[in-house]
Design a protein around this ligand. Structure first.
Ligand SMILES: Nc1nc2c(ncn2[C@@H]2O[C@H](COP(=O)(O)OP(=O)(O)OP(=O)(O)O)[C@@H](O)[C@H]2O)c(=O)[nH]1
Ligand SMILES: [Mg+2]
Ligand SMILES: [Zn+2]
Length: 309
C-alpha cells in the first residue's frame, strides 16, 4: 500500500496512506535507498513509500520500499561533514523564512540555500518576516535585497505575522502545493502556520522568549495537510546551511544571473575568479551582476573542498 512520510522520529516514521489512515511505520531489513550517496537519514518527510500492515489494531506498519524522489533538499549533516541530511523530498515550492532582526539572517545563508534549491530544481521564494520590528536600517536593507533578488528572478515577500501584513500573499502560494519552510530558529515559521491555520496548533517560542540564543522550538520536520488543499512542511531552525555534492565547476550554474553568461567566458572551465576573458567578472565590473552576489559566489566557491579521487 502506498503511503507518504509525514514525520520521522528516529527509527519510527509517521506515514499516511491515500485513504487518510495514519500508521507508525519502521523500515524492516535492508532495502536499497539512494545507493550513490550517503545520507544520515534513509527516509525523509515527503517520501513516498510502500507499507505493509504489521498490526491493524495498533496501526503499525512496515516500510518495504521507497519510490524514486522527484526532487529533494539536502544539506551537510552538522555532526558529520562528510554526510548529508535529506531535509524533505518531493517538493513543489521552498519558502526561505528570513528576518533582518531578531535574529538576523545573512546574505551568505540565503544564497547557499538558493544554490541548493537551484541544484535540485525546487522553486524558491524568500519571505522576510517580522517587518514590524524593522527600523530605518533594516527597511533599507530589505529594499536593497528585494531589488537585488527580484532582478535575478526570485520572488520576495515582506511579512509580519504579528501584524498580519503579507500573510495572505504567502498563504496563497501554498494552495495544492507541497511547500517546505526553512530558515534560522526563531524566524517565525511555526507562528506563520498557526496564524493561517489555527487548527494545526504548532508549538512556538514564548512571545517573550526570543533571547537571540537560537532556542529551537520545532524539533522534527513535520508535514501537515492544509484544510485548503496542499501540504506544508515545518522544519526545525538551522544555524548553517552546508552545501553537499556541488562542485566548484557547477557552482555558477546555480546562480541564475551567471548561468546566462558562462558560455561567453573565454575558457569553458572558467571559475570566474582570475581567468582572462571572463564574462561574469566583466558583468560585475559593469554592474550587471550584483557585487554582493559575486562575493557570495566567491565565498561558496572557496568553501567547496574538492574530493580528490
Ligand atoms: N515581532 C514579531 N515577532 C514574531 C513574528 N512572527 C513570529 N514572531 C515571534 O518569534 C518567535 C519565534 O517564532 P517561532 O514561530 O517559534 O519560530 P520558528 O521559526 O518556528 O523557530 P524554530 O521552531 O526554532 O525553528 C516567537 O516568539 C514569535 O511570537 C512577527 O512577525 N513579528
Ligand atoms: Mg518552529
Ligand atoms: Zn568566467
Amino acid at each position: 500500500m502506498k503511503a507518504l512520510v509525514y514525520k520521522s522520529t528516529g527509527s519510527w516514521y509517521i506515514t499516511k496512506s491515500a485513504d487518510g489512515h495514519v500508521y507508525n511505520a519502521r523500515i524492516k531489513g535492508i532495502f536499497k535507498i539512494d545507493t550513490a550517496i550517503t545520507s544520515t537519514n534513509p527516509l525523509a518527510v515527503g517520501d513516498e513509500v510502500e507499507i505493509e500492515l504489521e498490526n491493524e489494531r495498533e496501526s503499525t506498519a512496515t516500510i518495504t520500499e521507497i519510490h524514486e524522489r522527484r526532487n529533494y533538499i539536502n544539506r551537510q549533516s552538522p555532526a558529520h561533514k562528510m554526510q548529508h541530511h535529506i531535509v524533505a523530498a518531493n517538493l513543489d515550492l521552498s519558502l526561505l523564512f528570513a528576518t533582518l532582526k531578531e535574529p538576523r539572517t545573512s546574505q551568505g545563508f540565503i544564497d547557499r540555500f538558493l544554490v541548493t534549491c537551484e541544484a535540485y530544481h525546487v522553486p524558491a521564494i524568500i519571505v522576510f518576516n517580522k517587518t514590524d520590528v524593522y527600523k530605518k536600517k533594516e527597511l533599507e536593507q530589505l529594499a536593497a535585497w528585494t531589488s537585488m533578488y527580484e532582478a535575478i528572478g526570485y520572488k520576495i515577500i515582506a511579512m509580519s505575522v504579528k501584524e498580519g501584513t503579507g500573510v495572505d500573499q504567502v498563504r496563497n502560494l501554498l494552495h495544492n502545493n507541497t511547500t517546505l519552510m526553512s530558515g534560522h530558529s526563531g524566524v517565525g515559521k511555526s507562528s506563520f502556520i498557526n496564524s493561517v491555520f489555527p487548527g494545526l496548533l504548532l508549538k512556538t517560542q514564548e512571545v517573550s522568549g526570543w533571547s537571540g540564543k537560537g532556542l529551537h522550538t520545532t524539533t522534527f520536520a513535520e508535514m501537515f495537510d492544509l484544510p485548503t488543499g496542499g501540504k506544508i512542511i515545518d522544519t526545525p531552525g538551522i544555524r548553517e546551511f552546508g552545501l553537499v555534492n556541488i562542485t566548484k565547476q557547477e557552482l555558477s550554474h546555480y546562480f541564475p544571473e551567471m548561468r546566462l553568461l558562462i558560455n561567453d567566458c573565454q575558457f569553458n572551465n572558467c571559475l570566474h575568479t582570475n581567468e582572462p576573458g571572463c564574462a561574469v567578472k566583466q558583468a560585475v565590473a559593469d554592474g550587471r551582476i550584483s557585487e554582493d552576489r559575486y562575493v557570495s559566489y566567491y565565498n561558496i566557491l572557496e568553501s567547496i573542498e574538492e574530493k580528490s579521487y
